[in-house]
Design a protein. Structure first.
Length: 372
């Protein structure tokens, strides 16, 4: 039946958001609101079995007011109980057998539209296979960092969310959100929605300054700004990241010590810079005076000759920014910086020096290096 719609996957927020849109679209097709029935699948006060009983009764009850009706099982949270061999699992399986039987009886009858959404429906279950064969299935899954296309997929998701808010986003702001916020659809949607409201009537493009001003202050955000600002030799931004850190610690009133994770992010950043220098030398890039698009075009020209070059394996703008940052440091400077990292790590482990003082000393050591 073409009017059976299932939305599932492991990205709960994306499932909910898209289910709301599907339901709203189906509702506009009905003659009146009495033909649209909602069964709340996430009501914690109602046992899941009772929710399914209500669904079966509703599906089998004809519409008394109009020729057709739409039923929405909204945000059903117990699909996991469909798998397994326990008595509860088998009970759930029986409920869904009844649902499938009722839908089979209405095959070819367009008087009923059934929308079901909820996370974690196993593809191996009979109900998933039934929906796949007889209806339309939409899957919304979180991006996984192990996927080869993770970075590209994440950036496309951010662009899509910006497009839905009718705003554009600069390359560096996109890079910031992908690194500091990550692939969590809920957080990304929330941050982009805030940014869109923040720039309303001021601009049509989200930039990095907007992100620093309005995005929720998190350890991830502080860590990203800290490492990036060191690579840019930007003392002001480096200390701004420490202010974010202090604000977080005060607001959370926790004894958790995140300074070491910020230090490790800086080490990782400079390891990338070191590798970038080597990769750029292989391509013959010796200056930072490139505009982004000319840099991107040069990269594309080397794609066949140097397929294993690390700069060619990452997003062009990320490669551009890393190359630009790498040219801030001579080989001698990098040698001194890594010596500083080794000494700072010893101090972190010994506990003899306040961690925040160590980060402040690191800022001055890295950002005031004289090129030699």
């Amino acid at each position: 039946m073409s009017n059976l719609i299932l939305l599932t996957g492991d990205d709960n927020l994306a499932i909910k958001n898209n289910a709301e849109k599907k339901a709203a679209a189906e509702k506009t097709k009905l003659e009146n609101e009495f033909s649209f029935e909602v069964i709340n699948g996430d009501d914690e006060k109602v046992p899941p079995q009772k929710i399914l009983e209500n669904l079966i009764i509703t599906v089998n009850t004809p519409s008394f007011f109009t020729p057709s009706k739409t039923v929405w099982l909204k945000h059903f949270m117990s699909f996991k109980q469909l798998t397994g061999q326990s008595g509860t699992n088998k009970e759930f399986q029986d409920y869904f057998k009844s649902i499938m039987s009722s839908l089979d009886e209405t095959a070819g009858d367009d008087s009923l539209t059934l929308i079901i959404d909820g996370p974690n429906l196993d593809k191996r279950t009979a109900f998933y296979k039934f929906c796949k064969k007889n209806g339309t299935v939409y899957e919304y899954n979180k991006l996984k960092t192990t996927d080869k296309t993770y970075q590209a997929d994440l950036r496309n998701r951010i662009r899509d969310l910006c497009s839905k808010e009718n705003v554009k986003i600069t390359h560096d702001a996109l890079e910031f959100l992908s690194e500091a916020v990550g692939s969590d659809t809920g957080r990304l949607s929330s941050e982009i929605s805030k940014l869109s409201s923040y720039i309303y009537d001021k601009a049509d493009t989200i930039n990095i300054e907007h992100c620093h001003e309005i995005c929720t202050k998190t350890i991830e955000m502080a860590r990203w700004i800290f490492a990036d600002s060191l690579a840019e030799k930007n003392i002001r931004k480096s200390f701004f990241s420490l202010k974010i850190l202090i604000d977080i610690l005060i607001s959370e009133k926790t004894s958790y010590n995140p300074e070491l994770t910020m230090f490790n992010s800086a080490v990782k950043k400079f390891q990338e810079i070191l590798k970038t220098k080597k990769a750029a030398a292989e391509l013959g890039f010796e200056t930072k005076n490139y505009q982004y698009y000319s840099f991107k075009n040069k990269l594309e020209n080397f794609s066949e000759k140097f397929p294993d070059n690390m700069l060619l394996k990452m997003h062009p703008f990320r490669a551009y920014m890393l190359h630009k940052q790498s040219t801030n440091f001579s080989n001698r400077e990098l040698q001194l910086i890594f010596s500083t990292f080794i000494n700072a790590n010893k101090e972190f482990v010994s506990g003899n020096t306040n961690p925040r003082i160590l980060l402040e000393n690191l800022i001055f050591s890295v950002c005031t290096q004289k090129r030699k």
